[in-house]
Design a protein around this ligand. Structure first.
Ligand code: NAD
Length: 275
């Protein structure tokens, strides 16, 4: 399958659509990853805290897709922030994933009260120098957090993975990222499944002969975002990747823009989240 890619400021490229595996149990992760790779996905998004890096790694190893053709992301959990702790946590993640590098490593949350994200970032920079990580990025960071990384280390994250769906569009963050040449990646891109019955969405889906889930995924693509819809159901995994034969038009985008409301946040607010 020919699929759209976005090129980072470091020159590496990420497939715009990946498989999310949050809440996919470790013993089901291998099957989900294999279903995705068979459907044509080449991008998988996991995290140490998801407890399924082993299953994801098994799925990658037992597939008939070469490791170098797969874009693999994992994330550093908050309890491992700090320079030395990050280096150790990264080794553990690689061991569980059964690989000797990741394509993208993200600081999962800034955890501002702990105030260790700059030290953590220095370890990321070191690991990238050692070619253990191809690209380094962040998740749930605010513009202030990103500015601080840049002013203290001179190295900019290539991507920020944040909560983003058509009814929670993160306009300000997207503008900031665009101004900094940072890619925006949407988590909970389907609004955790809660958006499927929305009347506006259903109407657009009917018009294009697609499902609401496919319209949601297409919206992220057409907005220039990277997106990682989650499913562990092989049929849905396949359907969620069948989104490259249509495009939303200006009317569709305008109708979906009206759903945007800052009240529709589903997850924690990074400013106040401290785990
Ligand atoms: P999502 O928006 O991807 O929704 C997933 C849910 O939508 C599924 O559980 C299922 O119920 C439903 N669904 C999926 N495909 C469907 C289909 N075709 N038809 C009908 N329903 C369908 O939610 P998510 O899992 O929260 O987010 C996706 C990924 O984002 C995660 O797996 C994870 O990788 C990442 N994530 C990251 C963070 C972070 O802090 N960085 C936080 C949350 C999620």
């Amino acid at each position: 399958v020919e699929q759209p890619m976005i090129t980072f400021s470091d020159g590496n490229a990420i497939p715009q659509v990946g498989l999310g595996v949050y809440q996919t149990p470790n013993d089901g992760a291998s099957a989900a990853v294999q279903a995705a790779l068979n459907a044509g996905y080449r991008h998988i998004d996991t995290a140490a805290i998801y407890g399924n890096e082993e299953g994801v790694g098994k799925g990658v190893q037992t597939s008939n897709v070469a490791r170098e053709d797969i874009f693999l992301t994992t994330k550093l959990w908050n309890d491992a922030q700090g320079y030395e702790a990050t280096l150790m946590a990264f080794e553990e993640s690689l061991k569980r994933l059964g690989t000797d590098y990741v394509d993208l490593y993200l600081i999962h949350w800034p955890a501002p009260k702990m105030d260790l994200y700059v030290e953590t970032w220095k370890a990321f920079i070191q690991l990238q120098k050692e070619k253990r990580i191809k690209s380094i990025g962040v998740s749930n960071f605010n513009p202030d957090h990103i500015d601080r990384l840049v002013s203290e280390t001179g190295v900019k994250p290539v991507i920020n993975q944040i909560e983003l769906h058509p009814d929670f569009q993160q306009t300000e963050f997207r503008a900031f990222h665009d101004s900094q040449n940072i890619v925006t990646e949407s988590w909970s891109p389907l609004g955790q499944g809660k958006l499927m019955d929305n009347g506006v969405l259903v109407e657009i889906a009917t018009k294009h002969g697609k499902t609401p889930a496919q319209v949601l995924i297409r919206w992220h693509i057409d907005m220039g975002l990277v997106t990682i819809p989650k499913s562990s159901n092989p049929e849905r995994i396949k359907a969620n990747f069948d989104v490259f034969d249509f495009k939303l038009d200006q009317d569709d985008l305008a109708a979906l823009a009206k759903l945007d409301d800052t009240k529709n946040r589903l997850g924690p607010d990074p400013l106040t989240a401290d785990f």
